[in-house]
Design a binder for this molecule. Structure first.
Ligand code: PMP
Length: 432
């Protein structure tokens, strides 16, 4: 495959943009290094790079692009909104309507505030939980990524782990020591941590279904137990649904499993591809937020007409009956086919699939927490990633990421992907 233009752009990028990329998860370091592919345009399920190669896109921009690229309804909403000015710094009716839409879908978000990214949304829920409880400590699960604010970069997942660093420089020890990290899906560890620090913990931060060391669902009863134990200890439960919100259902994991947190953070899909975040929860807690209460949070771009319009158009399209069932069916078809091929080629592969998202791990063990995800074979993944890329299938460049099926992926796209997996596995194995 000719990627000459990507290679030369990468050289120029390295000179002026640190690392050549504007987010480390876009670099190809975790898959053997070299130039990442520079994309030129995207439509539906496809990307075209600067050299004219076409790819079926399973990255979906790390989650937001659930309707595929340049979806007509989202495109129209952005164009129309832009004609009326892109930023007012005043409230608008659309913000009200969009907040109402979100609350209808996720009733635990009794009151909502829009921000500009998932990072901001999570960061603010933590400050709010601290303001509400008067406590400082935060409990989180190892490997879960919650954005790049100081507190949550302690034992975070996809961002840093993509680069193989479990932590970040520049985070004061005084902040890191406020964060307790325990393994996901481990109730005993939660009980132990709460026995020890229970009366100092402001909140437990949970990905109610993990998307950041691959797709890892909660074991049965886990979310219920988290709520019970944390509430007993007087802390709040925060769900980070930045990846999971509107990904598997018109609502969140909380509306699928019927377990409600005190606060929720959203991002990604609710912006239809434009920058957005939102947080919300019980009114009594949200009343602490300025200008109602003493917890300060603000944003020049927050609730801007373009992001809100794109988000509304995206959610309207997602409310179509049967849409999520269709994504799930395709996700399962792809996952089943990969498992079957791995079996035929006698490769050690575990596929975690939930709805229209899946992760292909090179291991013969189940992946239920960060330690089991870390133990999977990164070199095998890198080999697989390259073999898929050469055949025009674009996966996230990390063994910890998900493949996302979008409404734009056709049955033929899935068939083409399965054929590419067949070829990749055949190269990786000499047994049939
Ligand atoms: N929380 C989760 C669960 C995420 O996956 C991400 C991004 N991958 C974030 C928070 C941060 O969102 P953003 O990149 O929009 O700041």
């Amino acid at each position: 495959m000719n990627i000459q233009k990507s290679e030369s752009l990468y050289q120029e990028a390295l000179d002026v943009i640190v690392g050549g990329v504007n987010s480390p998860s876009r670099s190809f370091r975790a898959v053997g290094g070299g130039a990442p592919i520079f994309m030129k345009k995207a439509k539906g399920a496809y990307f075209w790079d600067e050299d004219g190669n076409r790819y079926i896109d399973y990255l979906a921009a790390f989650g937001p692009i659930i309707l595929g690229h340049a979806h007509p309804a989202v495109h129209e909403a952005i164009v129309e909104a832009s004609m009326n000015g892109v930023l007012y710094g005043t409230p608008t009716e659309k913000e009200v309507r969009f907040a109402q839409m979100l609350r209808e879908a996720i009733p635990s978000m009794e009151q909502i505030r829009f921000v500009n990214s998932g990072t901001e949304a999570v960061m603010t829920t933590i400050r709010l939980a601290r303001a509400y409880t008067g406590r400082d400590k935060i409990l989180k699960f190892a490997g879960c990524y919650h954005g790049h604010s100081d507190l949550v970069l302690v034992a975070a997942g996809s961002g840093p782990s993509t680069l193989g660093i479990p932590d970040s420089a520049g985070i004061p020890q005084s902040i890191a020591q406020e964060v307790i990290t325990i393994p996901y899906n481990d109730i005993n560890a939660l009980e132990e941590a709460l026995n020890h620090w229970g009366n100092q913990i402001a909140a437990v931060l949970v990905e109610p279904l993990v998307g950041n060391f691959g797709i890892v669902p909660p074991v049965p009863g886990f979310l219920e137990k988290v709520n019970e134990l944390v509430h007993q200890a007087g802390g709040l439960v925060i769900y980070d649904e930045v990846i999971t919100g509107f990904r598997f259902h018109y609502g969140g994991i909380q509306t699928i499993f019927g377990v409600e947190p005190d606060l929720t953070a959203l991002g990604k899909i609710i912006g239809g591809g434009l920058p957005i975040g939102a947080y919300g929860g019980r009114k009594e807690i949200m009343d602490k937020v300025a200008p109602m209460g003493p917890m300060y949070q603000a944003g020049t771009m927050a609730g801007n007409p373009l992001s809100i319009s794109a988000g509304m158009a995206c959610l309207q399209a997602l409310s179509k009956p049967g849409l999520y069932e269709e994504l799930s069916r395709k996700g399962k078809r792809l996952a089943d086919a990969i498992v079957k091929l791995a079996d035929e080629y006698r490769l050690s592969v575990t596929v975690n699939q939930y709805g229209g998202a899946l992760t292909v791990y090179f291991t013969d063990q189940p992946v239920v927490d960060y330690a089991s995800a870390q133990a999977t074979d990164g070199e095998r993944f890198a080999q697989f990633f390259r073999l898929m890329l050469e055949q025009g299938i674009y996966l996230a460049p990390s063994k910890y990421e998900a493949w996302f099926i979008t409404t734009a992926h056709s049955e033929q796209d899935v068939d083409e992907t399965i054929r590419a997996v067949d070829h990749a596995f055949s190269q990786m194995s000499n047994k049939r």
